[in-house]
Design a protein around this ligand. Structure first.
Ligand code: FE
Length: 344
């Protein structure tokens, strides 16, 4: 985009998430979407790296014959099988499909941060797989072998095809709706629903005091993902405000339909991966949990609840709670102290 010489100061009223009229995307100010800047700052203060978390105990437990049952091992592997490629799919979408169409410089700032976080997440899975000396090829290829993972990935990727096309442009009613659909699919469905039975399983391990290093990695990832989800919801709601004509009844029904399809895929995944249930979580529990989560997602963008069910895994809301940030840091500080004492 060329620079308009002598064009004067950008009018804040022309700033838009997409289709900004004065789309000089290199000027951070005047800042209109301040939620994006806040998310960027929060992302920075939550910075972490997988290698900061000790995996020693996990390595011992994974090697031992007595700690983990065959079902638990299989559940852990399959959850990783989903995770290992999911964040790469999310990162590709951000960098190759979303970023260039966003005309809010502050949203672009956060997207850069978010893209890096997706890389850190993929690094975390790699680090777990490597630490436990798991079969890398098997885990990283699982999305092509396990139908339940393949189906989830394909729902997201098939809806995304149009946005990846090199000639795709926002600015028409049809394309803007398609773009909004993409944001909803990635934020609400991929990051907001498809990660959640796997998160539940990982925290199930943690509550049994098993594989707690891996679970801590996932806890950091979940904190980042909650931030990604919140940012996505804020962008979706901002587009709804800026271009209300996109939010038709037919479009709303279409989104509800997509979410309902995603819910079925997600609890199908959970029940295929954990056919006998795990840590007291059974098929019915997963179904209800996913339905509960889906209702929470729908209401954030002003769509009607579909399921009206209680959360059967109430302990999960504690693990998700962003206010736990303080505790995360307390953990880290303690660990650094311990490490320092050991070294000295
Ligand atoms: Fe993410």
């Amino acid at each position: 985009m060329p620079i308009q010489k002598g064009a004067g100061v950008v009018d804040i009223n022309n700033r838009r998430i997409i289709n900004g009229k004065d789309a000089d995307v290199v000027q951070l100010y005047p800042m209109r979407h301040t939620f994006a800047w806040e998310a960027y700052l929060a992302g920075n203060s939550n910075h972490w790296l997988p290698t900061e978390i000790s995996m020693q105990r996990d390595i011992e437990q994974w090697k031992s014959k007595d700690v983990l049952s065959a079902d638990e091992r299989q559940a852990f592997e399959t959850v990783l099988g989903f995770f290992t490629t999911a964040d790469s799919i999310a990162a590709n979408n951000l960098v190759l499909a979303t970023y260039k169409h966003i005309t809010s410089p502050e949203c672009r700032m956060y997207l850069l941060r978010q893209a890096y976080e997706e890389a850190i997440h993929t690094h975390a899975y790699q680090y777990i797989v490597e630490s436990l000396q798991m079969d890398e090829a098997k885990i990283f290829n699982m999305y092509r072998e396990k139908e339940a993972i393949y189906n989830k990935d394909m729902l997201v990727l098939s809806l995304n095809e149009g946005i990846f096309a090199s000639d795709f442009k926002t600015g028409t009613f049809e394309n803007d709706q398609k773009f909004l659909e993409n944001m909803i699919v990635f934020s609400l469905i991929m990051e907001g629903i498809f990660f959640y039975s796997s998160f539940a399983v990982m925290f199930g391990f943690q509550r049994q005091n098993k594989l707690t290093g891996s679970a801590e990695q996932i806890q950091y990832i979940m904190r980042d993902e909650s931030q990604h989800l919140n940012f996505g919801i804020n962008m979706i709601n901002a587009i709804k405000q800026e271009q209300p004509e996109l939010w038709t009844k037919a479009f709303q029904d279409h989104i509800i339909d997509l979410v309902r399809r995603a819910v079925v895929l997600e609890y199908t995944f959970a029940t295929e991966v954990f056919p006998k249930g795990i840590f007291g979580m059974n098929a019915q529990g997963f179904k209800q949990y996913i339905e509960h989560i889906a209702d929470r997602r729908l209401e954030t963008i002003g769509l009607p609840l579909q399921y009206n069910v209680q959360n059967p895994f109430t302990w999960m809301s504690e693990a998700v709670d962003l206010n736990k940030e303080k505790n995360f840091f307390e953990t880290r500080v303690t660990e650094y102290k311990t490490g320092g004492q050991l070294n000295w």
